[in-house]
Design a protein around this ligand. Structure first.
Ligand SMILES: Nc1nc2c(ncn2[C@@H]2O[C@H](COP(=O)(O)OP(=O)(O)O)[C@@H](O)[C@H]2O)c(=O)[nH]1
Ligand SMILES: [Mg+2]
Length: 321
């Protein structure tokens, strides 16, 4: 059993030593534990610090490419080097690395494909009331889209089995955390949640400058992932709402016409509004059909991507043999 602990880093020279020294050296059930630093175009001494702590595995980005790309490149490196499980933790020492064995336990026991460290956001002192509510609502929305019951969808402290990584394809730029849950949920992968306490805050989040931006970006990522899996359902809802929007002015027109049959030309505005909604509704249903066809295509593409990754990483489909 070979486990890679990957740490995406953008200028983390100050906090990286604490992260690296708190990663356990030996874990029961794990034969080899490898630390992988993904340097996302750092301009500080992140690399020197990592080397000084004995790290020998690196992925370099000559320029900053963002967290989602860093995650994908790290996973690719780990799988190409024979990882059975990939753990992700952050370079700002937000997560308790000493809990990695607890994160691994459900995967080692074959009880889950992915384990997520639940930060218990309601208990975090430096989170404002508004931020706690947003975390809670955000997780609920993700759970609805993914058909899961996870308390902390935005946590980046996770363990993934190689089988789950073969099946996940991160395509959005932001919030890959939520995207992976929605994909995993829809692909019926089993996700475990492990309660953990977070470390004291070392610095402000750099991923999100402000709360409105965070909410907006997360909502966008959730909506995109949701449409990817349930396109017809989404457009059918939009189409149905528009259909109701069309019926209301139509009915209004008929009632007014019945009341004043001598003025058939009056209230034509209602008819115009109704027609506009009707066109919108038809368009939505048509888009739903097209998007559903696209979805079939995506499923076939993902199937072939899975086979390609298996060949590329030399993974045998033991469970199907
Ligand atoms: N902000 C940011 N973090 C990155 C990037 N690439 C890699 N990272 C790493 O991603 C992790 C999470 O970043 P952080 O700013 O703490 O975001 P948080 O998830 O909101 O706490 C840290 O380990 C960063 O070093 C990037 O392009 N931007
Ligand atoms: Mg952080």
């Amino acid at each position: 059993m070979k486990v890679f602990v990957q740490v995406p880093c953008l200028n983390e020279e100050e906090t990286l030593p604490a992260v690296l020294s708190s990663i356990p050296k030996k874990i029961k059930g794990v034969d080899e534990l490898v630390i992988l630093i993904i340097d996302d175009g750092s301009t500080d001494r992140t690399l020197e610090v990592a080397r000084a702590h004995g790290v020998t595995h690196f992925v370099h980005h000559t320029r900053n490419m963002g967290l989602a790309r860093s995650f994908r490149d790290g996973v690719h490196y780990a799988l190409a080097h024979g990882a059975d499980i990939v753990v992700n933790t952050d370079g700002d020492n937000q997560y308790p690395q000493d809990r990695i064995p607890d994160l691994l336990a459900p995967l080692l026991a074959g009880e889950a494909d992915i384990a997520i460290g639940d930060r218990q956001t309601h208990k975090i002192e430096h989170f404002s009331w508004a931020k706690k509510q947003l975390q809670r609502i955000g997780s609920q929305v993700v759970n609805l889209a993914a058909d899961t019951k996870l308390p902390d969808a935005a946590s980046g402290f996770r363990a993934y089995s190689k089988e789950s990584l073969i099946r996940l394809n991160v395509v959005t730029q932001f919030s890959y955390c939520m995207e992976t849950i929605i994909q995993a949920g829809n692909k019926r992968l089993k996700i475990a949640s492990i309660p953990v306490d977070t470390n004291a805050k070392t610095r402000e989040s750099r991923l999100f400058k402000s709360t409105p931006q965070h909410v907006f970006k997360s909502a966008e990522a959730i909506l995109r992932s949701y449409i990817m899996f349930k396109p017809f359902g989404f457009f059918a809802i939009v189409g149905s709402v528009m259909l109701i929007g069309a019926l209301i002015p139509f009915v209004r027109y008929l009632i007014l016409l019945a009341a004043q049959p001598e003025f058939p030309g009056a209230h034509l505005q209602s008819l115009i509004l109704g027609v506009a909604f009707l066109v919108g509704s038809l368009l939505s249903f048509a888009l739903g059909v097209l998007a559903d066809l696209q979805r079939t295509n995506r499923i076939l593409l993902e199937e072939s991507l899975e086979r390609i990754k298996e060949l590329q990483y030399g993974i045998k489909r033991d469970h199907l043999a």
